[in-house]
Ligand binder design. Structure first.
Ligand code: BYC
Length: 470
């Protein structure tokens, strides 16, 4: 199903057939562009080597070309419709999926779409200034690729709001451009999206851990009985894969360079040699992982039970699960604080679905840690290991909020936790060191000294390709 690029808003949803919707979206478009100009990438560029979606089919869906950033063709692309698709879970299991929203589910679905939509522009805002300190043109190009696609993911949610939620959907679409990351008056909805992404180590951790929450949340919305939401999430997931590649390989390269410097200078203290010490990498990991765990909501949630039972939000890989997909009888074990111990309690599986999703996410996060430790091994560094902290560490949402859990998983008193905070989370001195390394490298093929080069270029281009022109 190819995409019509002759339209003002490229799309594969026959927008031209629905004049009212087309006009509504065309009146939102200049506001989006104004937002992009004010809150998008701060670094002026001439053009960037970007991929643009041209088809939603399996093969060859993207086209690579040099694009002026404000001219990027943001559009509306849904995966192909499966006319036989049926609801895979909940009380409506087995019924045909919905092309329109049943009245009783409007408010909940709108809430889910708004929360999802709110994260997309938030991340662009958080990353706004990173271009000013890019470690290479390759990395700069990847940053802009992530940014334009997050912008497109905002379009995906705004299309749903305009097309299916009438007046209140249009108002919510406006509001998505009015809230801003970190704003005192109108912050973004979810915690992690109001944090700063001030340096490239944070960016790689964000794209590894926080974008991965995106992968899992989109995976559950792809299961939705509301077919247009399912189809848009299915296509968003394709674009999302590159964002996680940026995070995984970004952290790979920081670890690789740290290992090289440790060997070269025979010391762990590589800060004086222009590297990021493993201890600092671990603290950044602890921070980004723990705030991303919060994005899954509470361990017990009636919201999520209702979403599942009514068919709005499924589980990760719902159709591959071997159970009844209704879960009214099922129970599951969840870790819970109990005094100064962490115990396993049995809960109804339905109310523990945030925990179910978070568990799949944690397993996935672990693969990165294994790979980074393998890089250390390959350099003969065996005394240091990176690790995910305990699920209860530094949590602000859910059962562990208000508890003081160490990375090793011990509950301690508030004062004891505060006394050791600086060995677990980035300190002002750690941040100042990382910041001191953030100097732009804009010559083709050159790379900042704190980071190893990538293994290969983008779309078969060489590493010294001029990925961005000024
Ligand atoms: N911060 O019942 P609970 C992405 C609220 S990332 C602030 O436990 P529920 C991306 C919650 O809203 C994926 N508030 O939560 C990544 C609720 O408020 P109400 C984004 C929070 O509803 C990188 C109350 O606390 N997509 O795509 O079961 C770059 C009670 O909570 C937080 C989605 O999240 C928090 N962290 O689950 C770009 C999918 N957590 O309703 C993009 C859509 C909870 O009582 N969202 N609260 O006023 C959802 O599925 C759910 O809303 C949540 C929360 C999973 C977020």
């Amino acid at each position: 199903m190819s995409i019509d690029y002759s339209e003002r808003i490229p799309n594969n949803v026959d927008l031209a057939e629905d004049r009212r919707l087309q006009r509504a979206l065309e009146s939102w478009q200049p506001r989006f562009l104004q937002w992009w100009g004010e809150m998008g990438p701060a670094l002026p560029t001439q053009d960037v080597y970007l991929r643009t979606a041209v088809d939603v089919g399996r093969a060859g869906w993207a086209n690579f070309d040099r694009v002026r950033l404000p001219d990027y063709r943001w559009g509306i692309f849904l995966a192909e419709r499966d006319p036989d698709r049926r609801i895979a879970f909940g009380q409506h299991k087995g019924e045909p999926v919905w092309q329109q929203i049943p009245g009783e589910h409007r408010a909940s679905l709108q809430r889910l779409i708004v929360v999802q939509g709110d994260t997309e522009p938030a991340s662009v805002e958080q990353q706004r200034r990173l271009g000013l300190t890019a470690p290479s043109l390759y990395d700069l190009r990847n940053l802009f690729q992530v940014n334009v696609e997050e912008g497109r993911h905002l379009w995906a949610m705004v299309y749903l709001l305009h097309a299916y939620f009438g007046r209140s959907g249009r108002d919510e679409a406006e509001a998505l451009l009015l809230r801003h990351s970190g704003s005192e008056d109108a912050p973004r909805i979810l915690g992690a999206f109001n944090e700063e992404t001030p340096d490239w180590l944070s960016f790689f951790m964000f794209t590894y851990f926080t974008d991965r929450d995106g992968k899992y949340q989109l995976g559950t919305l792809k299961e939705s009985a509301f077919d247009p939401l399912s189809r848009t999430c299915e296509f968003m997931l394709k674009e999302e894969a590159h964002h996680m590649f940026v995070g995984t390989t970004g952290v790979d390269r920081v670890v690789e360079r740290a290992a090289q410097l440790m060997r070269e200078h025979d010391t762990d203290d590589i800060a004086r040699h222009g590297g990021i010490p493993l201890g600092v990498i671990q603290k950044y990991l602890n921070f980004h992982y723990s705030i991303s765990l919060d994005l899954f909501g509470g361990e017990t949630s009636t919201n999520v039970a209702n979403y599942f039972s009514s068919g709005l939000k499924g589980r990760w890989q719902e159709e591959r699960r071997g159970d009844d997909h209704v879960l009214t009888e099922a129970v599951t074990a969840v870790e819970h604080p109990d005094g100064d111990a962490i115990v396993s309690v049995e809960l109804p599986a339905l109310t523990a679905l945030n925990h179910d999703l978070r568990t799949a996410y944690i397993r996935d996060c672990d693969t990165g840690v294994t790979r980074w430790n393998r890089i250390l091994d390959s350099h003969g560094i065996t005394g240091h290991r990176l690790a995910l902290p305990h699920v209860g560490f530094n949590r602000k949402v859910g059962a562990f909020a208000g508890c003081h859990v160490t990375p090793a998983g011990q509950i301690v008193a508030a004062a004891a936790w505060a006394a050791r905070r600086s060995s677990w989370l980035p300190t002002p001195a750690d941040k100042a060191h990382v910041e001191s390394l953030m100097r732009p490298v804009y010559e083709p093929g050159m790379i900042a000294a704190w980071l190893a080069p990538p293994r290969s270029g983008i779309n078969g281009q060489p590493l010294d390709y001029q990925y961005v022109r000024f």
